[in-house]
Write a protein that binds this ligand. Structure first.
Ligand code: SF4
Ligand code: SF4
Length: 57
């Protein structure tokens, strides 16, 4: 299962994008993080990186 991003909670800091080892995360047009479900390998690295706990696994 790919991670779930709470778009309302995301503050658009971009921290999660840099830690993803497979490049599954990017910033969408609204400045929020988006996860490419087909790319995410569910490693969990991004979950603890988010300062507002917007990413859940
Ligand atoms: S769980 Fe891992 S692979 Fe999936 S988006 Fe987060 S850092 Fe990337
Ligand atoms: S680390 Fe959290 S707040 Fe920052 S862009 Fe990613 S999901 Fe949004």
């Amino acid at each position: 299962m790919p991670v779930t991003i709470d778009k309302d909670a995301c503050i658009g800091c971009g921290a999660c994008v840099g830690v993803c080892p497979v490049g599954a995360l990017s910033m969408d047009g609204d400045g929020k993080s988006a996860c490419d479900e087909g790319t995410c390998i569910d490693c969990g690295s991004c979950v603890g990186t988010c300062p507002v706990s917007a990413i859940s696994q």
